[in-house]
Design a protein around this ligand. Structure first.
Ligand code: ZN
Length: 359
């Protein structure tokens, strides 16, 4: 509340028409204020042992307590309690790892109960304008990593968590020999109606012989990473499914986002089914521990800015880009992981900066 009042005092009504998701990046000085706010929060939040933390929290039927999956640290720093708002009927606790800074839900969802979250009704809202916006987002991200996705001919692609097939549709159009897997049977059915050559399957990759055979040139995870309860196991599997020279693409919410620092528990990345929240600091740990050789990031300025459809004044647009570059890389994180040296050699050139990983 005080911040809103201070904002009014400092900026007047000049930025009232700028959407909330862009405001923190265009108001002068706000980036530094939010960063300072975040540092203060981290300093003040208590750090406790897992035992102490367990005593504070009730454990739901499908839940379990976790230590940090990235570094093994068991101590907990409770940070937020997001809720869906009145009437949404969900709330959970987000903790920070005091050693490596990883943010995760604790208690978390037990992997064997994950299916409960996606069993039915999950695919309904993925249509119409929503679908068109999704596909634009996929196109923009592929463009950010060009030329990796430009030509799919004679290349095998696996879309993990393929939903109703919106990405697979773009992939088959680009010539990829494309496959998908998903945990929602309804989505798989819808996807197979939509697609002509590409095919999706219900279940895990190892359940489908054509997919379990591996040899993929590309694996994609569109808004899937935050949903994985056992990311290390999954990524070891992805690594083994990649062919020499293969790459893996990740789009996920960015736990270093200035918007998280500004809005805390109300951040758009804290959605009902998200379990873990990665940043450019913790994703390299996950990749290094599961056998990947390199990683590159592409900043995300927002879909309307990148597509050129924003209503923002060009000067503010420029300022937003600058602040995204200086702070966090944007509200979404775009990651390209390289399986081996061959992959780095083939795709690592151009504007991409590849960071080599060491297990
Ligand atoms: Zn950690």
């Amino acid at each position: 509340m005080a911040y809103r009042w201070l904002g009014r005092l400092a900026y007047g009504s000049r930025y009232d028409r700028v959407p909330w998701g862009q405001r923190v990046y265009v108001r002068p000085g706000e980036r530094l204020i939010r960063e300072a706010q975040w540092q203060r929060l981290i300093r003040r939040a208590p750090v406790m042992t897992l035992e102490e933390y367990r005593r504070l929290r009730a454990l739901g039927e499908i839940e379990e307590f976790l230590s940090c999956m990235m570094c093994g640290e068991s101590r907990q720093q409770p940070l937020f309690e997001p809720t869906g708002g009145t009437g949404k009927g969900w709330r959970y606790h987000v903790v920070r790892c005091p050693s490596c800074g990883f943010l995760y839900r604790n208690p978390n969802v037990r992997p064997e109960r994950l299916g409960d979250l996606y069993a039915s009704g999950y695919s309904n809202f993925l249509s119409g304008k929503y679908a068109a916006n999704r596909q634009r987002r996929y196109d923009l991200t592929m463009k950010a990593f060009s030329p990796v996705f430009d030509e799919g001919k004679e290349r095998r692609l696996l879309d993990f968590g393929s939903g109703v097939g919106l990405f697979l549709e773009l992939a088959e159009r680009r010539g990829f020999d494309a496959y998908g897997v998903d945990l929602s049977p309804e989505s798989v059915e819808q996807a197979n109606q939509r697609l002509s050559r590409a095919r999706t399957y219900f279940g895990a990759p190892e359940d489908v012989p054509e997919i379990a055979a591996g040899g993929f040139d590309v694996i994609t995870l569109w808004s899937v990473l935050a949903h994985l309860p056992r990311p290390l196991e999954d990524f070891r599997k992805f690594r083994s499914l990649l062919a020499p020279g293969g790459v893996l693409l990740i789009l996920t919410v960015n736990a270093q986002s200035l918007l998280l620092k500004a809005y805390g528990p109300k951040w758009s990345g804290f959605t009902k089914n998200h379990l873990m929240f990665y940043s450019s600091k913790t994703v390299p740990t996950l990749l290094a521990r599961t056998g990947f050789a390199g990683v590159a990031f592409a900043p995300h300025y927002g879909d309307t800015i990148e597509a050129g459809t924003t209503a923002l004044h060009p000067d503010l647009s420029k300022r937003l880009r600058r602040n995204v570059d200086r702070s966090d890389g944007g509200n979404m994180m775009r990651v390209l992981a390289f399986a081996d040296e061959e992959a780095i050699g083939r795709w690592g050139g151009g504007p991409l900066t590849v960071h080599r990983l060491h297990a």
